[in-house]
Design a binder for this molecule. Structure first.
Ligand code: AHR
Length: 361
């Protein structure tokens, strides 16, 4: 979900200012010589990491969503969209750990990466009448079942991905969405790609699951940023479903059909690691012949950065448990809860990857 849809004016301002600030003014100069290690026509090459964005200050508090008046003996449910990668497993573990710590009963469902199963899971959970429903949406298209939960008077908290806010209204059909700013992640990845390639790159893009908010927004942020660099182009872009296996098979096919490719932008580390295997399998050297940049910061991603196979990975933290349960407690206590909460994430490069491997998931 484009965060501008939650706070149209302020959101746009925050996001564009942060990109310009991070990119040394960011004016595109397509008339100078293309690319090159000087980054002459690509201001991103010498830009510093744009860093996190912040939620716009005028995001409203949720005031029309179902209320939560119970503060003890809560029955809480969590609809997870998949358990097919370390990120998802870490998110579920973080939710379970926090529930256990707080002595809260938590029911977890796993949609196995299928939209129809997640819709069925949520309908089943609604029938069990939990006091609170956490949802990690598979795609933006499950907005209707989010509305169903609100209609059944269950406060819904969205975690890590968003839904279509033209259908499910923030602060009414769900209390809040807590997530990373995926557009900003795409912009941060673009800066790293410019540094890796000197601002000249023919890029294969491995997209996340079609219709998922991180897939939509990571593409948008990256595309918007590289417009400043005449020598950087996405030559082909395809869904790799956020998985290592699909990332590898899609990369294999695209590397064969696009021998001119010099870089891969993967929307998550799992697909990047699959792509790195594909690069090696065709006798090319990742980090040299093909530069790879991705997002997440999982353990294998950090190992790949330390090994020089992956140039950088922009963190997207899956550890939502403490934030999720604190937000729920605030809401139960009647404190204002904003309809958008943005996580703070760091950047992993060769300078800090090794030192962070042990802490990673
Ligand atoms: O929604 C966050 C994304 O979903 C993570 O980047 C990815 O690894 C996960 O499946």
């Amino acid at each position: 979900m484009d965060l501008r849809r939650i706070a149209p004016v302020a959101g746009a301002a925050v996001l564009s200012v942060s990109l310009l600030a991070g990119c040394g003014g960011g004016s595109s100069n397509s008339s100078s010589a293309a690319g090159g290690s000087s980054g002459g026509s690509c201001p991103l090459v010498k830009a510093s990491d744009p860093g996190n964005s912040e939620a716009p200050s005028d995001v409203p508090a949720a005031d029309k969503a179902p209320k939560l008046t119970k503060t003890s003996g809560l029955k809480v449910a969590f609809s997870q969209n998949a358990s097919n990668n370390p990120w998802r497993l870490a998110e579920t573990a973080s939710m379970k750990d926090e529930a256990t710590k707080q002595g809260i009963q938590l029911t977890v469902t796993d949609a196995n990466n299928e939209q129809s199963k997640q819709v069925a899971d949520i309908k089943g959970l609604i029938a069990q009448k939990p006091d609170v429903l956490f949802i990690a949406p598979i795609t933006e298209q499950i907005a209707n079942v989010v509305k169903d939960a609100a209609a059944a008077d269950i406060p819904v908290f969205l975690l890590d991905r968003a839904v279509d806010t033209h259908v499910a209204v923030p602060g009414q059909d769900f209390v809040t969405v807590a997530q990373s700013d995926f557009i900003q992640e795409g912009k941060r990845a673009a800066v790293q790609m410019a540094k890796a390639t000197g601002g000249t790159a023919k890029i294969i893009e491995l997209e996340g699951t079609t219709g998922a908010s991180p897939a939509i927004d990571r593409k948008k942020g990256f595309d918007e940023a590289i417009k400043q660099c005449s020598g950087m182009q996405v030559i082909v872009s395809q869904d790799g479903d956020f998985t290592r296996a699909k990332g590898q098979s899609v990369a294999e096919t695209l590397l064969q059909s696009h021998p001119e490719a010099t870089a891969i932008y993967a929307h998550n580390d799992e697909m990047a690691i699959g792509a790195i295997a594909a690069v090696k399998a065709m006798g090319k050297v990742p980090g040299k012949d093909i530069k790879v940049v991705s997002i997440d910061g999982e353990k294998d991603g950090l190992k790949a950065v330390a090994a020089g196979d992956l140039y950088a990975t922009v963190e997207c933290s899956p550890r939502f448990g403490p934030l999720a349960f604190q937000t729920m407690a605030d809401y139960a206590a009647g404190k204002p809860v904003k309809t958008l909460i943005i996580n703070s994430d760091q950047l992993f490069t060769k300078d800090n990857a090794q030192a962070n491997i042990d802490k990673a998931y």
